[in-house]
Ligand binder design. Structure first.
Ligand SMILES: [Zn+2]
Length: 126
């Protein structure tokens, strides 16, 4: 069931509001998601609203350059980004939502290390 959440980076400069279903949370084993501990929640752009911090965001890109790994230039936290799988959508880091018990979630695994094969199979957020 979709609910509306607020969230943001650590220092509080980047804040957003998102409407999403936490049953669709995914955990990816690729090189960057593993290191970040990113918990994915991919939503349509109209379900996401950046409330503040547009000017605080920096972007890191690698490999195909499709994904825009945005992070707060002040605190370094990656609260959301533009994912390679769905560049027309927003991927929110569930760990950055306010008042969400992350331990109670059951993230679906996504084999991002084998990206092409994983995208050809059932994708947890679709
Ligand atoms: Zn910050």
């Amino acid at each position: 069931m979709s609910q509306t959440y607020t969230g943001g980076c650590h220092c509080g400069r980047v804040r957003f509001r998102v409407t999403a279903d936490l049953a669709k949370v995914a955990e990816c084993n690729c090189s960057i998601c593993t290191k970040k501990g990113f918990l994915h929640l991919i939503v349509a752009r109209q379900q996401f609203e950046l409330l503040s911090g547009d000017g605080e965001l920096l972007c890191y890109r690698f490999n195909t350059g499709t994904a825009k790994h945005l992070f707060c230039k002040n605190c370094g936290i990656h609260a959301f980004y533009v994912p390679r799988s769905d560049p027309d959508k927003i991927d929110v880091n569930v760990r950055c939502l306010d008042n969400v018990d992350v331990a109670a979630l059951e993230p679906q695994p996504f084999d991002g290390r084998n990206w092409e094969e994983a995208m050809a199979g059932p994708v947890p957020w679709r």
